[in-house]
Design a binder for this molecule. Structure first.
Ligand SMILES: Cc1cc2nc3c(=O)[nH]c(=O)nc-3n(C[C@H](O)[C@H](O)[C@H](O)COP(=O)(O)OP(=O)(O)OC[C@H]3O[C@@H](n4cnc5c(N)ncnc54)[C@H](O)[C@@H]3O)c2cc1C
Length: 500
């Protein structure tokens, strides 16, 4: 943008002005250090938190006047640099958090983008509705979830959140607002969902919720002695489950490689809950304040900290796995919130990773290659002395609608790696090796979790044609390239620059 301003000045025969003086300065009191959720990176920049669409337009005007780019941020729950914008402007959407319209008979809701998942389910549940797709934490905003087109533990059955978005309004950096749906501006609809915030800003989103007949889910816990067994159990239960999620002990070796536990959950059918108006009440969903009846949740992460190393995690995983054998086949009922937002049980659990934080590596592998690819990846992590401390397996279905997509007919494995100054370079090298396995297996990656993807790998997995179409759409919506993030500059700008 600076170059463009210079070019215009030269064209007009105006005097050259050095760097910063070309543009209006930004208020220093807006400078903040914004951390990535995983805590392994951060960005110093100017943060604005408007509460209205007029306020959004003002920020875009300011960006233009000051020659800066604008990075969109929801609740900052992406693990890596997707909502970061170093030395530039960050548009934090969390104050645009009003519920605009609600139809309790049909389950359709219109919200501002800063409404969180927590706000959404807490608003709708007592009317008998639950969000069709939720992530593993209730803190993300709906705008951020649409920006990444998130998936839940029911991804193979209901797809991604985009499949449940009916329409949205998108503000372009020019200030123009475009209404998008599957019928109206369909290309933009399918590019902005999953478009990681570089196409436009959602200013309102209308989505359909799922009818539920109880505040409880029927849950079944199953132990799996190996990855092979776990995949077979998934296959067996996919036709009858509403939700399935697997935890994997990434330190187990040999015949036990990939052992772990599956949780299967099902909605209660109409009439099965004798007292739905009670179980649907919010106070029946709340996560307990203490664990085991006496440990305050808020200090739990301190107890986890000593175990955040290979030996400690091996011990914890062993205990968890063997207790799962004892509870194998156990069936119980659990409130929706407790089942879905397990990670919110322990506030600040990520602090247990220490000051260097964590990097998550989530890859998606076609079903026919899942066993080989994930086995190879688990073994590689162990050989490099970098087993991950939390691994989660999910089943997905293909997505032929959204332009930038992580979904496919197969499984994903999310792996959390602890970062310390000594381990950082080794984890980045390991990620590059893992990338090769994923590419060879025909797999994909997920930008919401990403910190390590390289441009050439993005081209290989997304395909040149998809990137070109996305880029053309972005150029149409954002000709001055105002919308940028660290992730955009890390992965996509080099791809574009190499072509020129
Ligand atoms: C503990 C934990 C568990 C998780 N579990 C899952 C899971 O099970 N499944 C899953 O899919 N994800 C999961 N996630 C990832 C998370 O759901 C996504 O990263 C989500 O995008 C975060 O939303 P956010 O509001 O925090 O957005 P941010 O992280 O702030 O932003 C996400 C992206 O959306 C863009 N954006 C934000 N607001 C807007 C807007 N108004 N208009 C356009 N673009 C916008 C940003 O530029 C950015 O690219 C998990 C994250 C955590 C921390």
């Amino acid at each position: 943008m600076i170059e463009e301003k210079r070019r215009v000045r030269r064209q007009n025969n105006e005097q050259e002005i050095p760097g910063d003086q070309l543009f209006s300065p930004l208020p220093a009191d807006k400078l903040e250090n914004v951390p990535a959720w995983g805590g392994a990176s951060s960005a110093m920049g100017y943060v604005f938190r408007p509460s209205t669409t007029e306020g959004l337009r003002d920020v875009f005007d300011l960006a233009r006047r000051s020659g800066r780019s604008v990075g969109l941020r929801g609740a900052g729950n992406s693990y890596g640099d997707a909502p970061l914008n170093s030395e530039q402007i960050t548009l934090d959407m969390q104050r645009m958090n009003r519920i605009l319209a609600w139809d309790p008979a049909g389950g359709r809701i219109q919200v501002e983008p800063g409404v969180t998942m927590a706000q959404l389910w807490q608003y709708a549940l007592e009317d008998g509705w639950w969000p069709a797709v939720v992530p593993g934490t209730m803190h993300p905003t709906i705008g951020g979830c649409a920006g990444m087109n998130i998936h839940g533990k029911n991804a193979w059955k209901v797809g991604t959140i985009g499949d449940h978005i009916y329409e949205f309004d998108l503000m372009l950096p020019s200030g123009e607002i475009i209404a998008c749906s599957r019928e109206k501006n369909a290309d933009l609809f399918h590019a902005a969902i999953g478009g990681f915030g570089v196409v436009g800003t959602f200013t309102s989103i209308t989505l359909s919720l799922k009818r539920v007949y109880s505040g409880l889910l029927n849950v079944e816990a199953l132990a799996s002695g190996s990855l092979k067994e776990m995949l077979a159990q998934f296959d067996e239960h996919l036709p009858t489950a509403d939700y399935l999620v697997g935890w994997i002990d990434a330190l187990a070796r040999g015949k036990s490689l990939g052992r772990g536990q599956i949780h299967k959950a099902n909605y209660l059918p109409p009439g099965a809950d004798p007292n739905p108006s009670q179980t649907l009440r919010l106070d029946r969903q709340h996560l307990p304040d203490t664990l085991l009846g006496f440990v305050p949740r808020s200090i739990m992460w301190r107890f986890m900290q000593p175990f955040m190393n290979n030996a400690g995690t091996r011990l914890v995983n062993m205990g968890k796995y063997w207790s799962s054998r004892f509870t194998h086949g156990q069936k119980y009922q659990q409130p929706h919130a407790a089942f879905h937002f397990l990670l919110n049980y322990i506030p600040d659990w990520k602090k247990s990773y220490g000051p260097g934080g964590l990097i998550q590596y989530q890859s998606f592998i076609p079903a026919e290659n899942t066993l080989d690819a994930f086995s190879e990846m688990l073994r590689l992590c162990q050989r490099r002395g970098l087993p991950n401390y939390l691994s989660v397996l999910k089943r997905h279905r293909p997505d032929n609608n959204f332009l930038i997509t992580h979904a496919l007919d197969g499984y994903s494995l999310a792996m959390d790696f602890r970062i310390t100054p000594r381990r950082r370079a080794a984890v980045v090298r390991l990620a590059a090796e893992l990338d090769e396995i994923v590419l060879a297996a025909g797999g994909r990656f997920y930008l919401a979790k990403d910190s390590t993807l390289r441009p050439e790998v993005a081209v290989a997995t997304l395909g040149r044609d998809t990137i070109d179409r996305f880029r053309a759409l972005k150029a149409r919506c954002d000709p001055d390239n105002i919308l940028q993030t660290n992730l955009w500059r890390r992965i996509f700008v080099p791809i574009i620059s190499n072509e020129q």
